[in-house]
Design a protein around this ligand. Structure first.
Ligand code: FES
Length: 75
């Protein structure tokens, strides 16, 4: 998904990349739309993690957003 030209967009950076997304999109949605499939590693095994349940019941999608730590990206 690319924000429509002329439509309002929210710009943010992720790991140094500038991204844009339509308002109302979740963080996970914004990352997936930018072809980011994983954004953290599990503590024990180091396995890649990203979107899993998509409804806020697991902890796979945690991200740090500005000063907020461990935010569920899918909600
Ligand atoms: S993907 Fe499971 S809580 Fe976000």
């Amino acid at each position: 998904m690319t924000p429509r030209e002329g439509a309002r967009t929210i710009r943010f950076t992720f790991d140094g990349r500038e991204l844009a997304v339509s308002p109302g999109t979740t963080v996970a949605g914004a990352l997936l739309a930018s072809d980011v499939r994983t954004w953290r590693r599990s503590r024990r095994s180091g396995a890649a993690r990203g979107l899993f349940c998509g409804i806020g019941t697991c902890f796979d999608c945690l991200v740090d957003v500005n000063d907020e730590v461990a935010v569920r990206a899918c909600v």
